[in-house]
Design a protein around this ligand. Structure first.
Ligand code: ZN
Length: 125
């Protein structure tokens, strides 16, 4: 795009100062695991689908959502306290394998190793 930069520079607003970013108010949600209030964009939305809890990182799935830090610690706590049952208005605790998988992927190669008893049999040789 030729000339765009020059145009932008020449018409930079005078006086009030350029403030291109409107600070949108970010909704605050409560993590169902640790009960900490947090910006929604830092939390993972979880919805129930056919008795299973599924991650909804794009927040597009319909229905009630539970909000969770993408951390296995919070997921564990939420499960222990049956937080999903309450938050999602379920009768029985949902299966959270998909959420756990997603969370573990987010944590990825990060700090703490999260051994999943299912597939990783670590052979330390
Ligand atoms: Zn949390």
């Amino acid at each position: 795009m030729p000339g765009r930069d020059a145009a932008l520079h020449s018409q930079t607003a005078r006086g009030r100062g350029p403030s291109p970013v409107h600070t949108r108010s970010v909704p605050i949600r409560t993590c169902v695991g640790c009960r900490t209030r947090e910006r929604a964009d830092a939390l993972l939305r979880v919805v129930a689908e056919n008795g299973r809890a599924v991650p909804d990182p794009r927040r597009r799935l319909p229905g009630r959502g539970a909000w969770l830090h993408p951390r296995t610690g919070c997921l564990d706590r939420a499960e222990r306290r049956s937080a999903f049952v309450r938050a999602l208005r379920l009768r029985v605790a949902p299966e959270t394998g998909a959420v756990r998988h997603w969370v573990q992927e987010q944590q990825g190669t990060g700090s703490l190793p999260v051994p999943s008893s299912e597939e990783s049999k670590v052979d330390q040789s």
